[in-house]
Ligand binder design. Structure first.
Ligand SMILES: C[S@@+](CC[C@H](N)C(=O)[O-])C[C@H]1O[C@@H](n2cnc3c(N)ncnc32)[C@H](O)[C@@H]1O
Length: 336
């Protein structure tokens, strides 16, 4: 779930960095959009190559401090914006030939460690989970949404098998008092019957809440659509994902725009608008043994990339229909 978790002494470990560098080839220069600046691991590496320029985005304003170092050292080659990547089409990029748009989804080590953000079930106090530029917190979700809505969030965003029982207990408990992080962990631990000794009982519910609070499904879908719009022919989209819902969305988006589909199997497969991407490697790229040893938290990382084959900026995609059942769940937040 977290891209940059690392042994304490290193503090920062950009996931699949070597693989990304070999895909985007910064040695030949070019402009790159780092959609998830974080601790600046990818941006710093790319800027080491002299002909490069970075446009870095992050929704968490705390990452601004990290960006100052790069701004000082690479003044004309580095731009930082505190925006969500779903809005990347609002950047004025008309004259830029973007070589690659890179997403490293999830949370940084600094965010997980920040108690105020309350992203971890080890945090204490108020349920927060806001990464930045949010409209509501996890406390609003747990203390205000209906039982059936909570159940669906845990089931579809966390793949939590005991979502019904947990949602029911939350509704009972919150009649007594507002639920804090510690209360929620206790509720989950005492409700769950199925024990999995490999992961903490609260992992799935916390994942579900983080996805919901940060609207990660629509962020990713609009991020992918808008990244495709800003790229010219030969531009590359690279995504590192950390859970199966993210990977499913990325895989579908690339695949659905990379195959020439025809209405009848007797008709020739010519439809350039559908053939918008070239996928060179069908299976996701995973961290090497060396990386897994140095940074065990990279174990759930999956990298996929696709190369744009045409200069179309408008294209049709059915991705919003395909994942409507998830967007509908995200929309429970409209009443918060
Ligand atoms: C895993 S970290 C990125 C680490 C980075 N690659 C590095 O090497 O330091 C993910 C970052 O993406 C940011 N982020 C997550 N979702 C975002 C979104 N929708 N828009 C912009 N930034 C986002 C988070 O705030 C976090 O700082």
């Amino acid at each position: 779930m977290c891209a940059t978790i690392i042994p304490e002494k290193h503090m920062h470990y950009p996931v699949l960095l070597n693989e990304i560098i070999s895909i985007i080839s910064p040695q030949y220069g070019g402009t790159f959009i780092d959609c998830t600046f974080g601790q600046g691991g990818y941006s710093s590496k790319i800027l080491e190559y002299s002909g490069t320029k970075i446009i870095a985005l992050d929704r968490d304003k705390d990452t601004f401090k990290k960006s100052l170092y790069l701004k000082t050292n690479f003044e004309n080659r580095f731009i930082y914006k505190n925006i969500k990547f779903s809005k990347l089409n609002n950047l004025k990029l008309k004259n830029e030939n973007i070589k690659a748009v890179i997403f490293d989804l999830g949370y940084s080590y600094a965010q997980i460690k920040d108690k105020k953000k309350g992203l971890s079930f080890n945090s204490s106090g108020e349920l927060n989970m806001k990464m930045g530029l949010n409209d509501f917190s996890a406390s609003d979700v747990i203390n205000k949404l209906e039982e059936e809505e909570l159940e669906k969030i845990f089931k579809f965003f966390g793949e939590e098998k005991e979502s019904k029982k947990i949602a029911n207990r939350i509704i009972k408990e919150r009649k007594q008092k507002n639920i804090s992080t510690e209360n929620l962990v206790k509720i989950i631990e005492s409700t769950k019957r199925i024990k999995n000794y490999k992961i903490h009982s609260a992992t799935k519910v916390f994942q579900a809440l983080r996805i919901f609070v940060n609207k990660e499904i629509s962020e990713l879908i609009y991020g992918l659509i808008n990244a495709t719009k800003v790229l010219k022919k030969d531009g590359i989209i690279v995504v590192v994902s950390f859970h199966s819902i993210e990977d499913k969305i990325v895989k579908y988006f690339f695949k659905s725009l990379s195959q020439a589909k025809s209405v009848s199997r007797y008709m020739p497969k010519i439809n350039f608008k559908k053939n918008l991407f070239n996928i060179l490697v069908k299976k996701p790229i995973l961290p090497s043994h060396k990386e897994l040893k140095e940074n065990p938290s990279s174990r759930s990382a999956k990298l996929r990339y696709a190369i744009k084959t045409h200069d179309f900026y408008d294209f049709e995609t059915d991705i919003l229909d395909k994942f409507k059942y998830l967007i509908d769940i995200e929309n429970f937040s409209k009443k918060l």
